[in-house]
Design a protein. Structure first.
Length: 450
């Protein structure tokens, strides 16, 4: 295994934690547990449960508050990933020379005794980190999966057994806040246009993603796909490529995966559906094998891993129609993966809140594989205009309940009703999980009514 790379200490307190959602609350509690003076601010009101936990731990809570007043006397600002760089309190801290550190790097620094695998990409992060964790468990190695969704990194210090490897997905929001972040292993899955509403340009978004490699030393591992279109990933780590072309250390050759010129397993043996999951499996296997995880355990884990909720999750079959929950497809590239996972007969449900960037890239896949599209949420009008050239029926349904009802009425045996929205959920739901849970409930209600 790779030797753990020394990590810098945290910048000095007292700490002002800006943004008190899940990761901000975890950061404030972790800093307070370490004996620091901590103040937390959020621009909106806090749930009483979160505010109560913070106050009980001795964190001074101000919400709603912008944080400018609380910045006085702060030694460092800890920024939650949802807080934009342009927030007045963040800009003011930088103008005054106050260190600004993201919650993600705060957790990485506090977990200095543990080897760290970071995974980023426009799509496939959650599936891949869970698969990497599964491969470690298959090999009998202690591992903890955390990061962008689920468990906040800063909730982990003091909870892990010695020798536990941390596998954490990293969003562009988290990576753009890094200062010294240098994981022992880093994985970039892919790059596609995303989060332009936050980053402004694809170039800025790509630059944020590449921060995952920027400060890695020679002894680290950097995993990336062939044909990424990036001339220099940055950093000094050992490069490990995966893909179907020459130069891939984890290679797909004629339907069989190879590692270091040795056969690993046939693609048909993978436990996951879809070509995109072949790429995710290759990335997970590459980072595990490059770090010395037993090849037999990797092979067994690739066969047995069945995927996640909300990502091409087959939730029901009703009168021969398959219902698939792909609520985690919150951008166009991810929705394309969902649609392309089926040969045809797809009734796709699209829509939600816009990230910017448009939907015209959906047209070929919708034209080729979909019988109809059912449009919901704030982007329904934009989707209708973009998908006109696809030449399929477009139904304005308003919300998910009406979309599922309309799709189920139109679908024939052998068809697929697919929730793959291409948009975040925040116009109508608190999260993609809530949206996916609703879809699952609606589909199973149809099953129970037959």
């Amino acid at each position: 295994m790779v030797v753990v790379i020394p990590r810098p200490p945290l910048p000095p307190g007292p700490y002002l934690v800006v943004g008190l959602a899940r990761s901000g609350v975890a950061a404030a509690l972790a800093l307070r547990e370490g004996g620091a003076e901590v103040t937390g601010v959020d621009s909106g009101p806090l749930p009483e449960e979160a505010a109560g936990r913070l106050r009980a731990a001795g964190v001074a809570v101000h919400a709603p508050a912008g944080g400018l007043e609380q910045l006085e006397g702060a030694g460092s600002l800890i920024k939650s990933p949802g807080v934009p760089q342009e927030a007045p309190v963040v800009a003011a801290a930088r103008e005054r020379g106050i260190p600004v550190l993201g919650e993600y790097e705060t957790g990485w620094r506090l977990l200095g005794e543990h080897e760290f695998i970071a995974v980023t990409g426009s799509n496939g992060k959650t599936t891949t980190v869970e698969l990497i964790g599964h491969l470690h468990r298959e090999a009998g190695l202690p591992v903890k999966v955390a990061g962008n969704v689920g468990t906040a990194l800063t909730s982990l210090p003091g909870t892990l057994a010695r020798g536990t490897t941390v596998v954490a997905e990293a969003s562009s929001f988290q990576l753009e806040d890094t200062l010294a972040f240098a994981p022992e292993a880093a994985v970039l899955l892919n790059l596609a246009e995303d989060h332009l509403d936050r980053h402004g340009t694809f170039e800025a978004y790509r630059a944020a993603k590449l921060e995952i490699f920027a400060r890695q030393p020679d002894e680290a591992v950097a995993v990336a796909p062939l044909g990424l279109g990036v001339e220099d990933l940055g950093g000094c780590a050992r490069r490990v490529c995966f893909g179907a072309g020459p130069g891939a250390e984890l290679a797909d050759r004629a339907g069989r995966l190879w590692w270091d010129e040795q056969p690993l397993l046939a693609v048909s043996e993978l436990g996951l559906r879809g070509n995109h999951n072949v790429q995710n499996a290759m990335a997970a296997a590459a980072v595990a094998l490059a770090r010395g995880v037993d090849a037999d355990a990797v092979r067994a884990g690739l066969r047995s891993f069945r995927g996640l909720q909300h990502r091409l999750e087959e939730v029901a079959t009703v009168d021969g129609v398959l219902y698939v929950n792909d609520s985690k497809a919150t951008n166009v590239a991810s929705a394309l993966v969902g649609i392309d996972s089926f040969p045809g007969g797809v009734h796709v449900i699209l829509g939600g809140r816009s990230k910017g960037g448009g939907f015209t890239e959906l047209v070929p896949a919708v034209a080729e594989r979909c019988r109809a599209a059912y449009l919901i949420g704030e982007t329904a009008g934009e989707l209708r205009e973009a998908l006109g050239p696809a030449g399929v029926a477009l139904h304005d349904c308003g919300d998910l309940e009406h979309a599922v009802a309309a799709a189920s009425a139109a679908a024939a045996p052998g068809d697929v009703v697919l929730l793959s929205p291409a948009c975040p959920s925040y116009d109508q739901y608190g999260s993609y999980v809530e949206r996916g849970d609703h879809f699952r409930a609606l589909a199973r209600a149809l099953m129970n009514s037959t």
